[in-house]
Ligand binder design. Structure first.
Ligand code: ATP
Length: 228
């Protein structure tokens, strides 16, 4: 059984429909890349899965449970951890306060999270607002990990970051995957995504139009759906 199973997902912002039929599965321990050009529905898919957007139709099952009726905090409790687009840490809280605010029992703790991102360990008493963009992204990922999620979702994992920081984030993602963490990742760095993903799902105009392994992702498919 898949950890996450999304079938025929539709989503609406008021009267405007944003998703028209997204199918997406993530097995335990799998890293799936959700790809597509700007505005194709990736973030909306994440909002629907995490139930931040509840005006949806179709099936969203997590570990067999129907997520559709649940508010977002309950989806989080079931084990979906999100590092959202734009990072969204508590700006006025320190790094350690941000981490502790999301902590739930499990293998991830202040020690293991700062082991993954040593830079955070050096800044535990610094306010999040004063961190660099890269450090804020590390904090956002660490915060999601502190919930000890069964599925980690990273929306725009390296967007707007300096190349050297991006490499640190990709290295951390690769370590998480090696540790057996199930991950859904969105990013515009297609070559890095391909290097780390077990499977790719491509969205176009609010629909999933292609799924396969990175090796199956041909230049024609990239040109047609990703504009590469
Ligand atoms: P990007 O890569 O630019 O972040 P995306 O693939 O994540 O894009 P979404 O942000 O999910 O795409 O947007 C999908 C569609 O939903 C777009 O047409 C967008 O304009 C629309 N949309 C997104 N957020 C809202 C909103 N809050 N209200 C109305 N429409 C929205």
């Amino acid at each position: 059984m898949s950890l996450l199973q999304v079938r025929g997902l539709q989503a609406f912002y008021g009267a405007s429909q944003a998703l028209f039929g997204v199918d997406l599965e993530i097995a335990e321990g799998e890293l799936v890349a959700l790809m597509g050009r700007n505005g194709m529905g990736k973030t909306t898919t994440v909002r629907a899965i995490t139930r931040m957007l509840r005006t949806t139709r179709g099936e969203i099952r997590f570990d067999g449970k129907d997520l559709a009726p649940l508010p977002s905090f309950q989806a989080a409790r079931l084990g979906i951890g999100l590092a959202p687009e734009g990072r969204r840490c508590f700006a006025s809280l320190t790094v350690s306060e941000n981490l502790m605010a999301s902590a739930r029992p499990g293998a991830w703790s202040l020690e293991t999270a700062t082991g993954l991102f040593p830079r955070l360990g050096e800044r535990m008493s610094q306010r999040a607002a004063t961190l660099s963009g890269g450090e804020q992204q590390m904090l956002a990922i660490a915060r999601a990990l502190m919930t000890n999620p069964r599925l980690l979702i990273l929306d725009e994992a390296t967007e707007g970051l300096a190349p050297v920081v991006r490499q640190e984030i990709w290295a951390a993602i690769a370590r998480l995957k090696q540790g057996g963490q199930s991950i859904l990742v969105i990013d515009k760095a297609f070559s890095e995504l391909r290097a780390v993903a077990d499977r790719c799902v491509i969205l176009a105009r609010g629909e999933s139009v292609w799924t396969g392994t990175p090796a199956q992702l041909t230049r024609n498919i990239e040109t047609e759906f990703l504009g590469v």
